[in-house]
Every structure is written in C-alpha cells, then in structure tokens.
Design a protein around this ligand. Structure first.
Ligand SMILES: NC(=O)c1ccc[n+]([C@@H]2O[C@H](COP(=O)([O-])OP(=O)(O)OC[C@H]3O[C@@H](n4cnc5c(N)ncnc54)[C@H](O)[C@@H]3O)[C@@H](O)[C@H]2O)c1
Length: 393
C-alpha cells in the first residue's frame, strides 16, 4: 500500500494537464467531498492563470513540481496521450497515487513501465475515465455475474457521435501520437464490453476507416471480440457527426444530460482541419454540462449496450436497466452519477480499506491491447490473439 494512506481525512488530488478533460473533473471537487483539490500543473501560462483564478490552489508549470508537493496524495493525469507514461511514472516515483485518463498510454511497453513504477513505489494506479464506473453498466454486470439469466452469449455496443467534428489539436488527429477515434474513444466501448463479459478477450478482428478526406486518422471502426468461453461482442463506432446516438437513448447523452434538439449537432459548416487550443476550449466549454438546480441529469449513456444471455437479455432503461426474461420485462433502477466522482471515491475507499483499486493498470493495458489489435487487424484483415487480458472482479 502506498505511503499516502489516509483513513479519516480527505484525499488530496492534483490535476496534471488543465485542458478540456480537466474541465470535466474539476467540478466534482467540493468542500465536503471525501476528496479535495490540492493543486494543478500545466505548461501553458494561460491555463495556469485560469486555474488559479477559479480555484485558488497552487499551480505549477511542470508536472514534476506538482508531484513533488507534500500535500498531494494523488495525481490525476490529463495531459496528452503521449505523456501519460512519463507523468504517471513521475507521480509514482514521488509516492503519489495515480489516476490516469484513457487510453492508459500509446503502446504496451509504456503500460508495463507505468505498472512497474506503481508497484515499485507502493502506490495505486487507477485507470480513470472508464465507463465501467457508470451505474447502469455496473448494474448489467451484476445481473450477468449473478448467473440469474445464464451465461452471457452476445454483447452489442453501438455509438455514434461527433468526435471528429469537435475542434481538435493536430496531435489528436495523428494516430502515431495516440490520436483518432480508436485510441481516444475505443477504450470506452472496449471497457464496457470487457467488463460485462468478464474481461477475458481471446481474439479481436477489427475494421477501421478514415472516411472524412480532411482528417487522416480513424473516424469509424467495427470490431468483433471473442471472449474465452465463446461469447462474442460486436462494436460499432462512428464519429463523423452526422447522427447522435442519444436519439436512440431517450435523448440522454454521455454525461446524463438530456439533450435538447438544437444542442445536438446544430447545422454548421463542417470542420476541415485541426484547431488551436483557444478554439478547442471555446467549443468544449459550450458543450460542457451546465450546472445548477434547474439542470435535469439522468443516468449516463454511451450509445446502446445490449446484452444477450442464455435465458434473457439486458439493456439500459432511462433510469436503470431492463431485464427481459420469459416472464416479461423488469426495470431495475440504478444509482445516478456522472462518473468522475466514482474514480476518486474508488481510490479513496481502496486506500481506506487497504485493498487494490479496480480498474488498475493491468486492466488499462488489456483494454489498450484490444484497441491496438483493432487497428492492426484492420491493416491485414487478420484476427489477433490477445495475450494480456485480465478478468473483471
Ligand atoms: N477532450 C475530451 O473531451 C476528453 C475527455 C476526457 C478525457 N480526455 C483525455 O484527457 C487527455 C487530455 O485530453 P484533452 O482533450 O483534455 O487535451 P487538451 O489538449 O485540451 O489538454 C491537455 C493539457 O495538458 C497540457 N500539457 C501538455 N503538455 C504538458 C506538459 N508537458 N506538462 C504539463 N502540461 C502539459 C496542455 O497545455 C493542455 O492544457 C487525453 O488523454 C484524452 O484522451 C479528453
């Protein structure tokens, strides 16, 4: 267990990388939450000033300085994908627990170094920003794991959004730097199906595509994942921004926000190239979930998730899940919550209880293995066997 054990007090969290992802995490910190914002780091002066003005917490120009602070227990890594390994290892060497954005890294060697650093320095590594934390996904897993309707046989996961039509920096559109739809959004669908199906993927066949001539990176993919034991999962993702899957999920989107018709893909000229950080941030802030009592939040969706078992089927309902059996349809209402607070609670609870976190680095690596296999398989049309899978608890 790490040096920053903390029964009885708040988990003190620093944020490394104060860009768009951090703007989704920062709102969950409050005075009375079991976790507290301890500081931030960004190499852009503008980002540091905005953070200081809004949160009045110490802010540093390098992640190393943040990691060296004595009053920081854990560092949330939300820097670009190519820096996750460097920054997670820096945090671990300084005795800080790590919560890392998805994808865990850009290759499996980096994952190994991150896992080894956390073990060597006795800190927890939590794979953050996973859809596993969503209450309905957990509820589906619980029904499957209970065995009540038999073994899982098929999982269908579908999403369609405007990932490639949101302003992106050039590296986010470069697959060699961990950009594109498979690296950036693949971990979400893969985590959902691995978690529900038990984690152990045996083989992967993928087809990816670059259908928007303005962007030389993946904008869509399909994949067939076969689990040990024979179950199969089919994944379909389209990120070109013509159709929002929330039309199929009672207008409820990724953050649990009920999408108004105008907010969903308003007619606008299509993007034809990378943006700068100001353009990216401006649009991200418009899209950010509003706060305030009047805002209606439901449970989060990430497209459609439909699970078939031997004696029934499961899918999400507006407030939980529907379980279909020979007795008809039953709705099980699940807890609400966007998700980012669940990562912080998981780390805090694991430390308080003296146990390891889930999902950890080995889970993040296994999910990245599947994403890399989707891209590799698409190049030569051959399936890939998986070698680094770990089971869901
Ligand atoms: N954009 C999203 O909606 C979103 C949502 C969730 C998670 N993520 C994940 O979060 C990560 C960051 O994505 P983003 O969209 O927020 O990118 P971003 O470019 O908006 O933010 C990254 C931040 O890191 C800073 N940075 C870059 N190099 C640094 C360094 N060496 N030291 C300190 N700071 C540095 C940048 O200045 C920037 O503020 C990615 O792993 C991504 O997959 C993105």
């Amino acid at each position: 267990m790490g040096p920053a054990n903390l029964p009885g007090r708040q988990l003190r969290v620093g944020i490394a990388g104060l860009g768009v992802a951090s703007s989704q995490v920062l709102p969950v910190f409050g005075q009375d939450t079991p976790y507290v914002l301890a500081g931030g780091a960004d190499n852009r002066a503008e980002a540091r000033k905005a953070f200081k003005d809004a949160y009045h917490r110490p802010v540093f120009a390098t992640v190393a300085e943040l990691c060296a602070q004595h009053d920081v227990d854990a560092v949330w890594i939300s820097t670009p994908n190519t820096l996750h390994a460097e920054h997670a290892i820096c945090a671990a060497r300084n005795g800080k627990h790590v919560i890392c954005e998805k994808p865990m890294a850009v290759n499996l060697r980096e994952c190994d170094r991150m896992i080894a650093a956390a073990r060597k320095h006795g800190v927890q590594f939590l794979q953050g920003h996973s859809k596993i934390y969503q209450a309905p996904i957990k509820a589906i897993r619980e029904v499957v794991a209970s065995g009540r309707i038999g073994r899982v046989i098929q999982i269908s996961a579908f999403n369609s959004n405007d990932w490639l039509q949101r302003p992106r920096l050039a590296p986010e559109l470069d697959t060699t730097l961990g950009g594109g739809l498979v690296y950036r959004q693949g971990p979400h669908l893969v985590d959902i199906v691995r978690f529900i199906g038990g984690g152990m993927i045996e083989s992967v066949r993928g087809v990816t595509g670059r259908a928007d001539p303005h962007f030389d990176t993946e904008g869509h993919f399909n994949a067939l994942l076969q689990f040990e034991g024979g179950a199969a999962a089919s994944l379909t993702f389209n990120g070109y921004g013509y159709f929002d899957a929330s039309e199929l999920t009672w207008d409820i989107g990724e953050s649990g926000m009920v999408q108004s018709k105008g907010r969903r893909f308003p007619g606008k000229p299509r993007l034809t190239g990378p943006a700068d950080i100001q353009q990216k941030r401006a649009v991200a802030m418009q899209r950010a979930p509003a706060t305030g009592a009047e805002v209606k939040r439901r449970q989060p969706f990430f497209g459609l998730t439909v699970v078939a078992c031997e004696r029934g089927m499961i899918r999400q309902s507006p407030d939980g899940i529907y379980v279909y059996t020979e007795d008809g349809r039953e709705e099980m209402v699940s807890a609400k919550g966007h998700g980012r607070e669940f990562e912080l609670l998981e780390l805090r609870d694991a430390l308080a209880q003296g146990r390891d976190v889930f999902p950890d680095g080995t889970w993040g690596k296994a999910t990245l293995e599947v994403c890399l296999a989707i891209m590799a398989s698409s190049k030569d049309g051959r399936a890939r066997r998986m070698r680094h899978q770990v089971p869901a608890p």
